[in-house]
Design a protein around this ligand. Structure first.
Ligand code: FAD
Ligand code: MLT
Ligand code: ZN
Length: 481
């Protein structure tokens, strides 16, 4: 298509017949949904930016049911869109045409938890926040946390290799996920649900499914290594007058807080304005150009407070930080975190949002925002920057009163060319989904994309799993592999 983010033509999959429906209804009594009103929200993404036309939503409860569904769909050449909490931000979680929606919403059981190793095994449809609550009662936490925690499923998190607010401390899901159970396109169940820290027996196949966005298999269960719940948590909300000062604050923070640092996040003044205007949140400190959220998590409150105090004294006396506030009590910690976590929500009230999720060398991340403001001039309503400084991950968001093809043409491929010039990633954590599939070459060499095509063809020869997503439209397999 002229716009590489737009949907390609429908592939020649079968269409759902009355016989197919009879099969699904028998397999999943009361859980094969065809009422158009009930299907609406599953056909629309969180951003309300893409709209599918599926007429069937299936809600299996067990791996065996998922296996029966996929075996049947594969034989019948019916396309399937796996869906978790539908909080994805790249149009990957909803059908493009009439793909059957396979939802994990009823696969929400914790299977085992070992309080010695901290290893949790659960079904893919467990909501992240529910898992966090379950673990906190046992003095553990999930190794990931994100603004969408109230809706997203752990299976969706693994399928997108979600990053989030704690990655700086606990690393990516590629390290903390110890095992996955996956149903392949033809219905075969691949049980790689290990609960071992160490297992070097052959290729680490689970990594193929982590971050594969539903294109290689349906994740039905996950085992994950969970850290102990920290005894002391502090959050500092600080202001800086320049991004350079913010970076110096980050360096100082790493040095002085060391092992207790659990998050270093930022938002700019434009984000703060959106929070105030659209969500009526209050800025707890003096107005400035950049705001930082720092979290510490440790095992000794006195030790942590002393470290934090010394750090704050250092950055205030050296004028790196112009103002700040600290919270140790749960309600205030939550309020400070909302200033960072709710930027995504505030943006939805500002108009149509063009979202970019870029990895760059950390010292370059804000240059892109400034450059984009100059490049777009009056065309954009707002150009804002926030994100995970600690991970070199910028969220560049551009709003407009409504969808605007001329604005989009001014942003893309400019933003991707800029990113690629600095050897960055055009999708640091949200994946490629529908919207970014054709831009993959800005971050991956063509040999790598071709090999991805071979892997896709091997695991899903008919291409029924989440078609039109992640891989580019013109995908040539490499005959030399
Ligand atoms: P969905 O949105 O339902 O699906 C996402 C993709 O995974 C789709 O391609 C889908 O087909 C596939 N999928 C879902 N479940 C399965 C399964 N069981 N097997 C195979 N494939 C599956 N992302 C981050 O990385 N970091 C953040 O900090 C972050 N914050 C967010 C904050 C907000 C307010 C919102 C709305 C989103 C945020 N996201 C973030 C984006 C999103 O990727 C995550 O919310 C989450 O990982 C998606 O999980 P989900 O269950 O909603 O998956
Ligand atoms: C975040 O870090 O807030 C999320 O990735 C969501 C977003 O990019 O808006
Ligand atoms: Zn993010």
């Amino acid at each position: 298509p002229a716009n590489p983010s737009a949907a390609p033509p429908r592939s020649p999959f079968s269409r759902v017949t009355q016989e197919d429906l009879a099969f699904f209804r028998k397999l999943l009594p009361g859980r094969a949904i065809t009422d158009p009103d009930l299907l609406k929200s599953s056909n629309t993404d969180w951003l309300k930016s893409v709209q599918g036309h599926s007429e069937v939503l299936l809600r299996p409860k067990t791996t065996e049911e998922v296996s029966h569904i996929l075996r049947y769909c594969n034989e019948r050449n019916l396309a399937v869109c796996p869906q978790g909490g539908n909080t994805g931000l790249v149009g990957g979680s909803v059908p493009v045409f009439d793909e059957i929606i396979l939802s994990t919403s009823l696969m929400n059981q914790v299977l085992t938890f070992d309080s010695i190793s901290g290893i949790l095994t659960c079904q893919a449809g467990c909501v992240l926040e529910n898992l966090s609550q379950y673990l906190e009662e046992k003095d553990f936490i999930m190794p990931l946390d994100l603004g969408a925690k109230g809706s997203c499923h752990i299976g969706g998190n693994v399928a997108t290799n979600a990053g989030g607010l704690r990655l700086l401390r606990y690393g990516s899901l590629r390290g903390t996920v110890l095992g996955v159970e996956v149903v392949l396109a033809d219905g075969r169940v691949l049980n790689c649900l290990a609960t071992l820290r160490k297992d070097n027996t052959g290729y680490d196949l689970k990594q193929l499914f982590i971050g594969s966005e539903g294109t290689l298999g349906v994740i039905t269960a996950v085992s994950i290594l969970c850290p102990r719940k920290p005894k002391a948590v502090n959050v500092a909300f600080l202001g800086c007058s320049s991004f350079q000062h913010l970076l110096e604050t980050f360096q100082c923070c790493r040095g002085m807080l060391g092992e207790i640092l659990s998050a270093f996040e930022f938002l700019d003044a434009s984000c703060m304005k959106l929070l105030e205007t659209h969500l009526k949140l209050t800025n707890p400190i003096r107005e400035c150009d950049f705001y930082i959220v720092i979290e510490t998590a440790g095992s000794n409150a006195t030790h942590d407070e002393e470290k934090l105090h010394n750090f704050l004294e250092e950055v205030m006396t050296s004028s790196l930080v112009t103002d700040g506030t600290v919270a140790t009590e749960a309600a205030k910690i939550k309020a400070l975190w909302s200033l960072r976590e709710r930027v995504t929500e505030a943006l939805t009230h500002d108009g149509y949002t063009y979202k970019y999720d870029i990895s760059l060398p950390v010292e370059k991340i804000y240059d892109l925002v400034k450059d984009m403001r100059g490049h777009l001039g009056d065309m954009a309503k707002n150009v804002v920057g926030y994100g995970h400084v600690g991970d070199g991950n910028l969220h560049l968001n551009i709003t407009s009163p409504s969808k605007d093809p001329a604005l989009l043409a001014a942003i893309e491929p400019y933003v991707y060319e800029w990113t690629s010039e600095w050897k960055g990633s055009i999708s640091a954590e949200h994946g490629l989904g529908l919207k970014k599939r054709n831009y993959i070459y800005y971050s991956k060499p063509s040999e790598a994309v071709a090999l991805m095509g071979n892997i896709k063809a091997m695991l899903d020869p008919k291409g029924i799993l989440n078609p039109y997503k992640t891989l580019p439209d013109q995908l040539h397999q490499d005959p030399h592999f």
